[in-house]
Design a protein around this ligand. Structure first.
Ligand code: MSP
Length: 479
């Protein structure tokens, strides 16, 4: 059994700057990466994120600003990297689709598919949504408009393109899903994919004659690769262009939003089948959030940026609030008002207050504590790891905050209320009690590590002993 994990996020379009939606997926991947690295060792986990830089959408956005597409991408990429740094997201590699080494792998795979007979030339006629970067079928249109981009009129396109025999390949895709050769999670997403596959699938155009900003088709340089084909290949190309990462393919987990499920669950496996490359093991599509019941959008002016969240709640506050807001596979609604409330309840009053309370008790007791305490904690609590193994972030966090397990945060709070250690006259009993609290705090901190890395570290340092002292509040209350 190989002991390795490879996890990816979607690569984000550079026509937009990072927002809370991008942060949501990337944070989830960071949390899982930290969890796996602690379990398997750093060298056995590979976390990839990056940017999707080709295609019409980016080309048009660049033109609007008066830049070349590459200059434009170069100016946006650092904004993503800074946002991830701000949120303490530690990816192992940041891939850009304009990296010539990636482009080479794209051409190599396309040539391979062409040679194996899965590509042919044909004419495409239809409506294209630049916002989605895809052709829309009649059933997808609502009043002639794209439901996801009602402000961008779909454009009629008719051109000679290269087509992928998706109709044929999709039968093999369906077979593999049914045999469980790769998983689509949550289960309801797999049902969606299977039901659409069973209705039959048409071949798709995989090149563009009118888009110059893309990877040239190796056998016909007048055309460029369709941006989605180029983009999907990043997951594989990364393992080829970075030294020593070859062994990480196939990917263990692609985290994506539900908006791009079809591309990942069907088109990506089809491309891999056509090139005889192993398929990823799992594709997990999480839900979408709205803000105060509305879609997050520039035109509505309700976009929340990572910086805004960090300024208001601190790094770990932002991490906690985004991932605890609603269950990872479902849709949910967020708002700053809800975040404020949850921050005060769970972090300022919950975790922060508990830590301050125990530290204060230790400080006034004048006792010495075992300084090797944290070394003994080598594994996550079962409840936490079993939830994380299922990508259930809210479940894992709720577990740490529970009141009915003998180390949960609320359990400890309650225990202290009942013990009333400040009334204890018996020094030996007090020492026993405080040592128990300290041990529990260390356990809580250990289990919080993947989620709140800075806070966990602060707590570990503070409670290392032999003298435990009060410190600044971890999460100052928001008024
Ligand atoms: N470039 C493509 C992906 C190519 S992957 C080979 C793309 N980029 S994107 O910039 O539009 O990012 C889409 C992703 O951002 C979603 O799949 C999801 O991960 C994240 N989200 C964007 N808005 C979101 C919400 N409102 N809620 C949750 N996640 C959101 O698609």
């Amino acid at each position: 059994m190989t002991k390795k994990k490879y996890i990816t996020t979607p690569i984000y379009y550079v026509n937009d700057v990072p927002h809370a939606g991008h942060a949501y997926t990337t944070l989830a991947a960071d949390i899982l990466t930290r969890y796996w690295k602690e379990k398997l060792g750093k060298e056995n986990v590979f976390f990839l994120t990056g940017t999707d830089e080709h295609g019409q959408k980016v080309q048009q956005a660049a033109e609007k600003k008066g830049f070349s597409p590459k200059e434009f991408a170069d100016s946006v990429v650092p904004r993503f990297q800074k946002a991830w740094e701000l949120l303490n997201i530690q990816y192992d590699y940041f891939i850009r689709t304009t990296n010539p080494q990636h482009e080479k792998v794209v051409q190599e795979l396309l040539q391979k598919i062409y040679d194996s007979g899965y590509i042919y030339k044909g004419t495409y006629k239809g409506l294209y949504c630049v916002g989605c970067e895809k052709f829309l079928t009649d059933t997808e249109l609502i009043d002639g408009k794209c439901p996801l981009h009602p402000n961008r009129k779909p454009v009629y396109q008719e051109e000679e393109n290269y087509f992928l025999k998706l109709e044929e390949l999709s039968k093999l895709v369906l077979e593999k899903i049914e045999k469980g050769e790769y998983k689509i999670l949550p289960k309801k997403r797999e049902h969606e994919v299977v039901s659409r596959l069973s209705r039959g699938v048409e071949d798709i155009s995989i090149s563009r004659a009118g888009v110059s900003w893309g990877v040239p088709i190796p056998w016909d340089k007048k055309q460029t690769a369709y941006v989605w084909i180029d983009a999907l290949i990043n997951y594989y190309s990364a393992t080829r262009i970075i030294k020593g990462k070859k062994r990480f393919w196939p990917a263990n987990l692609h985290f994506i939003g539900k908006d791009i499920l079809w591309f990942h669950a069907v088109i990506w496996p089809a491309l891999l089948i056509a090139t005889e490359i192993e398929l990823p093991k799992t594709i997990f599509a999480h839900g979408y959030f709205t803000i105060n019941g509305q879609k997050m959008s520039k035109s509505l002016g309700n976009v929340i940026s990572p910086k805004q969240l960090v300024d208001r709640y601190g790094v770990d506050g932002a991490r906690y609030l985004l991932l605890s807001a609603f269950s990872f596979g479902s849709d949910g609604d967020i708002s700053l008002e809800k975040f404020d409330k949850k921050y005060n309840a769970d972090l300022a009053n919950g975790l922060g207050n508990l830590v301050a309370r125990v530290a204060k008790l230790c400080e006034t007791s004048d006792l010495y504590f075992d300084s090797k305490g944290t070394k003994k904690l080598e594994a996550y609590k079962k409840g936490v790891s079993s939830k994380l193994d299922k990508y259930d972030f809210t479940g894992a966090l709720e577990y740490i905050w529970r009141f009915d397990i003998e180390w949960g945060l609320r359990w400890l709070d309650q225990l202290i209320n009942e013990d009333k250690p400040w009334q204890l006259k018996d020094k030996k009993l007090l020492e026993l009690k405080l040592n128990l609290y300290v041990l529990k705090i260390r356990e809580i901190a250990y289990n919080l590590k993947p989620f709140l890395p800075e806070t966990a570290e602060k707590i570990e340092k503070q409670f290392k002993g032999p003298k435990i002292k009060s410190a600044k509040p971890l999460f100052p209350r928001i008024k």
